[in-house]
Design a protein around this ligand. Structure first.
Ligand SMILES: [Zn+2]
Length: 393
């Protein structure tokens, strides 16, 4: 298998190289407060062996992989939930079971391998929380220095997690978007490999493994996939995996991807309606998908249009209700952004064809933000001392 970069806008090709992040031509047109111009994709050429492995479809050799078990997460067949919803084809891909508790590990894993291959010792990024704690954990396993720019509103668990893994954390008095800009200025001044989402082509490429796994687990391409969208990088990764499978002749179809956004952070949905991205202040309980400017916006939008992607918006109320429902009816405790994907499924459920196979991506573990999850439960006020104070069930 051979790998090169191809620009998602102008189609120019480049060799895979550590200093190349976005297309040198298209990035000249980069405007402030706009998604990234010239996002690069990895293009693979060659043929898959009959017994192909996922690692063989990645642009970094296995010997550079960090020693941490990323991926291989279970695809749940939630029997009780299926019955309640009368939807027997529902599956949930539980990526909260990755080592640091989120799908972001897939990107961190490949970025870490890439840094090792090219002898780069420091990895730098901005994050709403999950990518940061993920890179910190994967970097710790590989022995890489991780410098992280985190908005001050990031949930405490994610901050503490990153610090536990030994990352150097700068808390930013501003939004994720401010942190993103600062982290790019840092690498421009001090060097290191940027792991900023969509900016580093390995992020989308790493995330594609979720689709490759779903394909192997189902032994087919699902009819639809529900994915929560902030920057649009997981969305692009999901598409990339299925597109690679099609390119290699392993399937001839792609799923309908449902991009789910929180009403309070719906830049991609607005752009799909209006044709332009406008920076607007955001706020949602689903912190992982709270972005003013979706960094992979242009690229994500292009794919949504090209492959018939569907857009769903959900309120915070529905996200929290979906989170509780997943917990209670499936035993799967997901963070709000992950629950947003399920809320999107519930919203779209009446429109889905009979007998469809639908996969909901649960992208992060519920323990990452217990404050949000606490909003839909009631903690008993009464503290007991003996069994006389307890009613029988
Ligand atoms: Zn270009």
């Amino acid at each position: 298998m051979e790998f090169s970069y191809v620009c998602s806008e102008c189609g120019r090709r480049f060799p895979v190289a550590p200093r190349l992040m976005v297309c040198p031509h298209c990035s000249l047109a980069q405007a402030p407060d706009q998604p990234l111009s010239g996002v690069l994709e990895v293009e693979l050429t060659g043929e898959a062996a009959a017994d192909w492995e996922i690692a063989s479809l990645l642009p970094v050799e296995q010997r550079f992989f960090p020693p941490i078990p990323v991926g291989g997460t279970p695809l749940w067949a939630p029997r009780r939930l299926r019955r309640e919803l009368e939807f027997p084809g529902l599956y949930i891909k539980d990526d909260g079971l990755n080592p640091t508790g989120s799908l972001k590990d897939r990107a961190s894993f490949l970025v870490s391998a890439f840094a090792t291959k090219f002898g780069i010792e420091e990895i730098v990024l901005a994050s709403t929380g999950n990518a940061g704690s993920s890179m910190a954990g994967v970097g710790a396993a590989a022995g890489q220095r991780v410098t992280l720019f985190l908005p001050k509103a990031a949930p405490e668990a994610k901050l503490i997690q990153a610090l536990q893994y030994g990352a150097r954390v700068f808390r930013v008095d501003g939004s994720y978007d401010d942190a993103y800009d600062l982290s790019l200025a840092y690498t421009a001044r001090f060097g290191g490999l940027s792991r900023n989402t969509a900016y580093n082509p390995m992020t989308i490429e790493g995330k594609k493994t979720v689709s490759l796994e779903i394909f192997r687990q189902l032994r087919r391409v699902p009819d639809c996939v529900f994915v929560a969208v902030g920057d649009g990088c997981i969305l692009a990764g999901v598409y990339k995996g299925f597109r690679d499978l099609r390119r290699l002749g392993l399937t001839d179809r792609l799923p309908v991807v449902y991009a789910v956004q929180a009403e309070g952070s719906a830049a991609l949905a607005r752009a799909l309606e209006q044709g332009v991205f406008r920076r607007e202040a955001t706020g949602t309980v689903a912190d992982s998908i709270c972005v003013d400017v979706p960094r992979n916006g242009f690229h994500a939008l292009k794919q949504m249009k090209q492959y018939g992607g569907q857009m769903v918006k959900v309120s915070d109320e529905k996200i929290l209700a979906a989170q509780a429902r997943l917990s209670r009816s499936a035993g799967l405790f997901a963070e709000p952004a992950a629950a947003a994907a399920f809320a999107g499924f519930l919203e779209a459920r009446p429109r889905l064809p009979e007998g469809a196979v639908a996969v909901v991506l649960a992208t992060g573990n519920g323990l990452k933000d217990t404050a949000a999850a606490g909003r839909s439960v009631e903690i008993p006020e009464k503290v007991i001392t003996c069994l006389d104070e307890v009613n029988g069930g």
